[in-house]
Ligand binder design. Structure first.
Ligand code: CP
Length: 310
């Protein structure tokens, strides 16, 4: 692969290859000296057109730990503010010969479009409600480490599925790896298309959580609701918020996940989110650095043969 645009383009063996390489970086990241210079001499540019804490920080750390020259574009201070288009911005940066471009954008498809215009590797750091492939990969690594496998697990993805690129990428990945997926949320936030993709759909948390191995909670993505359905937070928490009582219906060893940012008391009880016996939320963050190191190393290895003239 030349780019990492979505889970949709990956085969199960591609996913396993990234996760296996990421395992070695989990070990490296726990050492005092964290450097492996496999990207030495390469230039990585991070372009985030939307807010981020985890993804932006972990892509930056991943690049630095692999020895790349990493530049974070301050998009709020860029010439986008003066009306320059996304494509012109990308072409401008492309002329400076980056090797890896990491892009987050509020519009679905924007990162794919940009990838067609540049001659370096592009990694999608989240585009609209479309895909967030490195999030699904880090979630998969977290699940694999906790459960020992990715196949034949029952995974519940709960909440605002409709607006979530995290849900879409996870549904694609877990489906490819032969896990069973349950989607739980208010009918207005669970699109019918996912039932057609083989997911079981529930609007009752207690029914949906019964016997699952993994409970993945999602944030209400109010910024993507276009002024439409925004549930009352109190009512939402009552029906769809994860607390110890609802979690008791899952398997006794079920793990609790959340991609972050998290709204405590809206989709998840804060005490449960902090319970290290059940919650793997901080493990997800840790796996994020390792997975991004692995993804960038593998793409960099493909760069030499795939370059086209600027
Ligand atoms: N999970 C995730 O993408 O978090 P950020 O928006 O903070 O990057």
């Amino acid at each position: 692969h030349r780019h990492l645009l979505g889970i949709e383009q990956l085969k199960p063996q591609d996913i396993t290859q990234i996760l296996d390489l990421a395992e070695s970086y989990v070990d490296l990241n726990r050492q005092a000296a964290k450097h492996a210079d496999v990207l030495a001499g390469l230039t990585q540019i991070n372009m985030f057109f939307e807010a981020s804490t985890r993804t932006q920080a972990s892509f930056e750390l991943a690049g630095k730990r692999l020895g790349a020259d990493v530049m974070n574009m301050a998009m709020q201070a860029s010439s986008i503010k003066k009306g320059e288009t996304l494509i012109d911005t990308a072409l401008t940066l492309n002329a400076m010969h980056p090797d890896l471009l990491v892009v987050r954008h509020p519009h679905s498809g924007a990162v794919d479009l940009l990838a067609q215009k540049v001659n370096c590797a592009v990694l999608n750091a989240g585009d609209g409600r479309h895909e967030h492939p490195t999030q699904a990969l880090l979630d998969a690594l977290t699940i694999r480490r906790a459960k020992g496998r990715l196949h034949r697990l029952n995974v519940a993805i709960c909440g605002d599925i409709a607006h979530s690129r995290v849900a879409r990428s996870n549904i694609l990945l877990l489906g490819k790896m032969e896990s069973r997926i349950r989607l739980i949320g208010p009918p207005t936030l669970v699109p019918a298309q996912f039932a057609d993709m083989g997911c079981e759909v529930y609007d009752d948390m207690r029914e949906g959580l019964a016997g699952v191995d993994v409970v993945m909670m999602l944030r209400l993505q109010k910024e993507r609701m276009d002024g439409g359905f925004i549930p009352s937070e109190r009512e939402y928490y009552h029906r769809y918020g994860l607390d110890a009582e609802k979690l008791a219906l899952a398997k006794p060893d079920a793990i609790v996940m959340h991609p972050g940012p998290m709204n405590r008391g809206v989709e998840i009880d804060g005490t449960l989110a902090d319970d290290i016996n059940r919650s793997v939320i901080q493990d997800q963050v840790e796996m994020g650095v390792a997975v991004r190191m692995a993804a960038m190393e593998l793409l960099a290895g493909n760069l030499a043969g795939s370059r086209v003239p600027a």
